[in-house]
Design a protein around this ligand. Structure first.
Ligand code: FES
Length: 255
């Protein structure tokens, strides 16, 4: 309930003068992240139907099976992409608003009053670990490229592999392209590549560095777009592998 004080300032939770539908963004974010969180958790616990032919679900890549360890391989690796996304600058803004209402939105009163102190104190100060997750995420892009290329080599009955292309091969390539577009638009990466520099022409390799920085900046300007596209593509790639592995569909083979 909002009230007008003598000074004309609205008070109370969610009070605002805004006339636009400011709540639509946080609502869609909560629905999207919530759905992905539920789906990925179910699939990680499943510990089954994550590979078919040359296809491997990104939830299980790299595939690490430790004999005698009765744990889903997904849990051995998912901490890396999950940590990278959870500490991402864009996602932080998104889920602070969608789930914590802290802050709620620009020019909208918070449910919690004005106690938001950003990431300068416990527990959110740990979000600064993002710069280290970034290096691991870049490594994962290399691993997922290996999976995407392997998806073109189908196993034969005699144990050899032969070149071919199925719908799953294309899905895995699109997935890693979108994941790369998200990862290489990271704010931390942009800082490392050149965002911290005042003068590109003052260093050796300054031209190359400047061009690389411009490329990263191009992805960085579209970071939110690629954050969502890559999130959906990871889920859809896993879903496609699951459909094939459980025999619900046959992989469409081009050749
Ligand atoms: Fe989003 Fe680094 S800021 S991935």
């Amino acid at each position: 309930m909002s009230e007008n004080t003598n000074e004309g300032v609205l008070t109370g939770a969610l009070a605002t003068d805004r006339k636009d539908a400011w709540w639509v963004g946080p609502l869609l974010t909560a629905m999207g992240l919530g759905a992905f969180g539920v789906y990925s958790t179910i699939r990680a616990f499943a510990n089954a139907d994550y590979e078919w032919g040359p296809y491997l679900s990104p939830f299980y890549s790299p595939l690490i099976r430790i004999p005698g360890l009765n744990v889903s391989p997904a849990f051995l690796i998912l901490w890396a992409p999950a940590g990278f996304r959870a500490t991402c600058y864009y996602y932080r803004k998104a889920y602070y608003r969608a789930f914590f209402q802290h802050p709620t939105a620009c020019a909208v009163n918070e449910i919690h009053g004005h106690s938001y102190r950003g990431e300068t104190s416990f527990p959110f100060i740990f979000q600064n670990i993002h710069r280290y997750f970034m290096y691991v995420a870049v490594l994962f892009i290399g691993i997922l490229w290996y999976d995407a290329i392997s998806a073109f080599f189908f196993p034969a009955a005699d144990g050899t592999r032969h070149f071919g292309m199925g719908l799953g091969s294309l899905i895995m390539v699109v997935n890693v392209l979108l994941l790369g577009s998200y990862t290489f638009g990271c704010h931390s990466l942009r800082h490392v590549i050149g965002g911290k520099m005042d003068c590109f022409s003052c260093t050796s390799f300054g031209k190359v560095q400047h061009k690389t920085w411009l490329g990263v900046s191009w992805f960085n300007n579209r970071h939110m777009l690629f954050a969502w596209c890559s999130l959906f593509s990871v889920g859809l790639t896993d879903f496609y592998v699951w459909l094939c592995a459980t025999g619900r569909i046959n992989d469409f083979r081009f050749f």
